[in-house]
Design a protein around this ligand. Structure first.
Ligand code: CP
Length: 312
């Protein structure tokens, strides 16, 4: 059994905080769990997970909930602001304090404001796991994305990964870029200028000696890619509706746009998708997004178990 020193009590706020050694350790544990699916059932019996989701979610909420329950934990909290006292104006501070008082052993927080998870971590000694932080970060999504890449190719090093779409307001692509910067990967950011990756991400990568290629058109690079990571235009986060109108429907990945792709290309997407990824791709060998999403359950079981110091 591998112990969990180094992770116990740790906050999971940014993919920047995790090293290659950390990722490889997580992946080894996920591999072990996938090989023996019941092996972690009940190991965190008696503990309480507080899922505080101030924004809607399907995958992240459900997979954390199922993960916690499979580990034997009790789950409390809310799946969106409706139904909680957030609608009456209660603050994040007071909400965290309340669930701390109810004995939460871990907070899993999704919030529309950037920095909310970090703020929560500063006001409580209980570990905080970000489940999506404004337009900035979604660290456990990056972990499951990397795991899905490994699953498809047996490795991460040496791959060419293109990220397409709303790289500016989409939090999953920035977290994935941070995570990939630990590996020998050629990244290409494919987006119109107004949706290109934010400068703080590029600066971080640059400090690590990573210089992604920048493209505006998928057709210029699709034939060279091993992974195409498609993202939705984040209508809800683009500050100016006229800006959204300019980029709405600008790209769609379909059989035609993938015509020159390598047969081994894997198309990924954090989901939900709207119109940027055609369902006609679903039946091809390129489609990897449902495998990707399914991997979120064992990944989140491993993360909760590590953070809470359970045997693994
Ligand atoms: N990928 C992702 O974060 O999906 P949800 O918004 O449904 O949680």
């Amino acid at each position: 059994m591998m112990g969990s020193s180094g992770f116990t009590g740790r906050d999971v706020i940014s993919a920047r905080d995790f090293s290659r050694v950390d990722f490889e350790r997580i992946f080894k544990l996920v591999d072990g769990l996938e090989a023996a699916p019941g092996s972690m059932d009940g190991v965190l019996g008696g503990k309480l997970a507080a899922l505080l989701f101030f924004e809607p979610s399907t995958r992240t909420y459900s997979s954390f909930q199922i993960a916690a329950e499979r580990l034997g934990m009790k789950v409390t909290g809310f799946a969106g602001p409706t139904g909680s006292s957030v609608t009456k104006g209660e603050t994040l501070h007071d909400t965290v304090r309340m669930f701390e008082g109810y004995g939460a052993d871990v907070f899993i927080i999704r919030h529309p404001k950037m920095g909310a998870a970090r703020f929560a971590a500063e006001i409580t000694d209980t570990p905080v796991v970000s489940a999506g932080d404004g337009s900035r970060e979604h660290p456990t999504q990056a972990m499951l994305d990397l795991h899905a890449i490994r699953k498809a190719f047996g490795k991460v090093d040496g791959l060419k990964v293109g990220m397409l779409g709303d790289l500016r307001y989409g939090r999953t692509s920035s977290s994935l870029a941070y995570a990939l910067s630990n590996f020998d990967v050629e990244m290409t950011f494919i987006a119109p200028d107004s949706l290109q990756m934010r400068s703080e991400v590029s600066h971080f990568l640059s400090r690590r000696g990573v210089k992604p290629k920048v493209e505006t058109a998928l057709k210029n690079v699709v034939g060279s890619l091993d992974v195409l990571y498609v993202t939705r235009i984040q209508k809800e986060r683009i500050p100016d509706p006229t800006e959204f109108e300019k980029v709405k429907g600008l790209y769609e990945v379909n059989l035609e746009t993938l015509r020159d792709a390598k047969p081994t290309l894997k198309v990924m997407h954090p989901l939900p998708r709207v119109d940027e990824l055609s369902t006609e791709v679903d039946e091809t060998d390129h489609a990897h997004y449902f495998v990707q999403a399914a991997g979120g359950l064992p990944l989140r079981m491993v993360i909760l178990n590590l953070v809470l110091g359970g045997a693994s």
